[in-house]
Design a protein around this ligand. Structure first.
Ligand SMILES: [Zn+2]
Length: 362
């Protein structure tokens, strides 16, 4: 007794009263704007304006929900569609309802794409924009604090003889005559202790090299090559960009979690954890290679030095033998903070690729 020719607006349905799981077979009839429900031991009449009809999802039954928690399951999709039309619902309303879930999926996909694009491209672009507009006073304050931290926890005063330091500082100053950057660079020598052979650049142009790095260099030009690379990081503001990027992510995450205060406490650590990307390393290499060439020095010096730093890193790892669960540190200064291994290479990834590129640059 589904729809009869004389009464096209009668449907079979299953009725659930909202209190028990028992399904009761009923018929639904439309009388004006009233939905009339009849079944064994159940009868109700409701204004259709108070009812909600679920959208169609494949062959699943559609639900007519009553305000008191009861509902009907209707499997006769065609009959229900006819009934909806008879109540004044227009066809396009039905179509819109049918496609609503597609819009929801599309909205989710668009949101994911925007967040991804923002993270992948928007964030680095914003960080670069801010980094190049950062006042010198902020750069100096941040860098000063970081050097203080490093001196307190990791480094010792350089053991290199004064004339040796002076010779390298003079050569560095001569190399800088080819640099057009407005930043003032200062060179610092330190005993790297556990950090070993390493070099690092702070955002304000402070560059630190360890005695150990000077010692593994076979030629002063190799030291200059590493310094030229570090100048590239400063000049392109890599450290600052990574710091800003990390801060933005940390801020968004803490804002989402609802604990923004924790980010201020974590800011110094963020600088030490800022990671140079592969792109940053290649960019710093290219900058260094150009500066070396301008000074009549072969970029191969940097390639040679990278190989030596890799060897020195490996020797240290073998010696300590406890590097298995070692997570590659983030910056030159990060593993310094860890104080275990002077793994220049972990902070300077893709060494092999970089050496090859430098050999081609000469
Ligand atoms: Zn680097």
């Amino acid at each position: 007794m589904s729809t009869s020719p004389s009464d096209a607006l009668t449907l079979n349905a299953q009725y659930f009263d909202g209190r028990s799981a028992k399904a009761r077979p009923v018929t639904l009839t439309l009388r004006g704007v009233t939905l009339v429900l009849r079944g064994e031991s159940v009868a109700r009449e409701d204004d259709i304006a108070t009812l909600r009809v679920s959208e169609p999802m494949g062959a699943a039954p559609r639900l007519i929900s009553y305000p008191d928690g009861a509902h009907c399951e209707v499997r006769d999709h065609a009959g229900l569609a006819r009934m909806l039309r008879a109540t004044g619902f227009r066809d396009d309303w039905v179509v819109r309802v049918q496609t609503r879930w597609r819009w929801a999926l599309a909205a989710v996909a668009v949101t994911v794409a925007i967040v991804f694009a923002g993270y992948r491209w928007g964030l680095p672009a914003a960080s670069e924009f801010i980094a190049f507009r950062m006042p010198d006073s902020v750069l100096a304050q941040l860098s000063g604090g970081t050097l203080e931290f490093l001196d307190k926890h990791l480094f010792k005063p350089s053991q290199l003889p004064e004339p040796r330091r002076k010779a390298l500082a003079d050569a560095f100053a001569r190399m800088l005559t080819h640099d057009r950057s407005p930043l003032r660079y200062t060179l610092h020598f330190r005993d790297g202790v556990a950090v070993g052979a390493n070099a690092m650049a702070l955002p304000d142009g402070t560059i630190i090299i360890t005695d150990q790095l000077v010692k593994i260099a076979a030629h002063d030009e190799e030291v200059l090559a590493v310094l030229a690379h570090e100048l590239g990081h400063v000049s392109r503001r890599h450290g600052m960009r990574m710091l800003i990027q990390g801060s933005i992510v940390a801020f968004v995450v803490s804002w989402y979690i609802g604990d923004v205060s924790s980010i201020a406490a974590g800011l110094p650590t963020l600088l030490l954890q800022a990671r140079y990307s592969r792109e940053h390393e290649l960019e710093a290499d290219a900058f260094g290679a150009a500066m070396l060439t301008a000074n009549g020095i072969s970029p191969k010096r940097l390639a040679d030095m990278l190989a030596k730093l890799e060897a020195s890193h490996r020797a240290k790892v073998d010696e300590s033998g406890k590097d298995k669960d070692h997570i590659p540190p983030q910056t030159e200064s990060d593993k310094a903070r860890r104080g275990s291994i002077g793994d220049y290479l972990a902070s300077h990834p893709a060494t092999r690729e970089r050496i090859e590129a430098l050999k081609k640059a000469q």
